[in-house]
Write a protein that binds this ligand. Structure first.
Ligand code: GDP
Ligand code: IMO
Ligand code: MG
Length: 435
């Protein structure tokens, strides 16, 4: 059996390198078997992390779970999961997720902590998300409508309501009402029964209150005691509010900077940052996507890869692997290794393309432009490689992969300049190759 802690480090992180949905949940689920504590750092219920848990009697039979707020490590017994301070948390969505887990006999009582500094997503934030999208008309971001933007907006505007405030409910309710009134001034279309929402939250208190903690301090003490911690990134590098394809991004920092601010763990403690990189590219929602495939090949990849949003069910846009996108993620995040996922999805393709640069105004550029206006004039420059036309889903070691698959993987490694340490060949826990 692989010793992942030795291959990585006692405090490690997994983050998305493209536009989300790279397969973060699967690696987190696998690694969590060996880590003590699993922490989410940023984002909220916009994330949809899918894992397939094997039937104890037959590992080829699996049950699918999709997590939005709860860290994906929760399926292993004896773990503690933490919702970090960088997150924005809808309490009603959290309750729903806890109920679903309970139905599968997973009770998180005593095993989940929520940062007292995390911000609360109220149902009015979800409505404002819709109002903002409508106001943008044809410039819509295509958000998940989970209230991310509006909740982070309140946080930055210093009127947000934090989880720790729930400990004194009357003051919490007063603060929430004040914030809500100022939002009503900004959004006169907003129709919302704030009394009902506060009443609903009051009813959840019995469940939520025991979870509230100073999680940065908790994690610090656990590191001192020699416990191991895995941080589960959400969303993806190119959805980052600073480094992504702004304004077609989410409202937080899914890049490595967000790991430190979003957990309160010191940067010097996180020694391994694994970037999850799909062997091709996908994106849900609007915004630039230089290597998007518009013909039936895009649909073929979508079908074979099951490329439908885990949160919203929307079809994901599909395209070729973009090494510019990948190299940018290696640089911005300081990745220490990569998990290349979904190689098996490319098994039937005769030829594969990899984008190695963009032609822009007669020059070749090798990084992502800051200006959204530039993307329409980018011409991706491709190299073509031979496909392998063989089933990779049963390969257990690197050498069992077809030669052309290895060439494809090694080309990506060379182009993005980071070692590929894990290769995904299917949805199951055992369908991963450690290189
Ligand atoms: P996340 O948001 O990054 O956790 O990814 P999602 O769960 O939204 O989407 C990734 C999808 O790809 C999920 O359905 C996974 O089960 C699936 N997946 C992950 N790794 C592999 C792989 O190596 N091969 C195949 N075929 N599917 C994979
Ligand atoms: P995981 O963790 C894919 C996208 C949305 C939209 C933009 C802004 O599953 O990889 P938001 O609701 O965050 O304001 O939407 O970001 N987006 C994601 N796309 N996977 C995700 O998370 C995403 N989280 C946000 O589709 O384009
Ligand atoms: Mg997802």
């Amino acid at each position: 059996m692989n010793n992942y802690i030795e291959k990585l480090s006692p405090v490690s992180a997994v983050i998305g390198t493209q536009w989300g949905d790279e397969g973060k949940g699967k690696l987190v689920d696998i690694l969590s078997a060996q880590y003590d504590i699993i922490v989410r750092a940023a984002g909220g219920a916009n994330a949809g992390h899918t894992i397939y848990v094997p039937d104890p009697k037959d590992s080829e039979k699996t049950t699918k779970f999709v997590f939005h707020l709860v860290p994906s490590g929760v399926m292993h017994a004896g773990k503690v999961v933490v919702l970090g301070n960088g997150m924005v948390i809808s309490l009603s969505s959290l309750m729903e997720e806890l109920d679903t887990l309970k139905k599968s006999n997973i009770d998180l009582t005593g095993k989940i902590l929520i940062s007292d500094r995390a911000h609360i997503v109220f149902d009015y934030h979800k409505k404002i998300d819709g109002i903002e999208e409508n106001r943008k008309g044809d410039k819509k971001v295509g958000t998940t409508l989970r209230g991310m933007g509006p909740a982070y907006q309140d946080k930055i505007a210093r009127r947000g309501v934090r989880v720790g405030e729930l400990l004194e409910f009357d003051k919490f309710a007063e603060h929430t009402r004040t914030t809500f009134i100022s939002l009503q001034r900004l959004y006169n279309e907003l129709k919302h029964d704030i009394d009902k929402e506060l009443d609903d939250i009051r009813k959840m208190l019995g469940v939520i209150r025991p979870f509230i903690a100073d999680t940065s301090l908790y994690l610090y003490n656990k590191i001192e005691q020699g416990k191991t911690i895995l941080i589960e990134g959400a969303n993806g590098t190119h959805l980052d509010i600073d480094h992504g394809t702004y304004p077609f991004v989410t409202s937080s920092n899914p890049t490595s900077g967000g790991l430190y601010t979003g957990t309160g763990i010191g940067a010097n403690k996180i020694k391994s940052i694994v970037g999850i990189m799909k062997a091709y590219t996908t994106r849900v929602g609007a915004g630039p996507f230089p290597t998007e495939i518009f013909d039936e090949l895009g649909e073929t990849i979508r079908q074979k890869g099951g490329e439908y949003g885990a949160t919203t069910g929307r079809p994901r846009r599909c395209g070729w692997f973009d090494a510019v996108v990948g190299k940018y993620a290696v640089r911005i995040n300081g990745l220490t290794s990569i998990n290349l996922t979904k190689i098996d999805v490319l098994d039937d393709l005769e030829k594969l393309k990899i984008c190695i640069g963009y032609k822009y105004k007669g020059n070749i550029i090798e990084s992502m432009p800051a200006s959204i206006g530039a993307y329409k004039d980018l011409e991706p420059q491709y190299i073509e490689m031979d496909g392998w036309m063989q089933d990779t889903s049963k390969a257990e070691t690197y050498n069992e992969l077809p030669e052309n698959a290895r060439k494809y993987i090694e080309k990506i490694e060379e182009l993005v300049r980071c070692p590929i340490q894990f290769i995904g060949v299917g949805v199951r826990r055992d369908q991963i190759i450690v290189k």
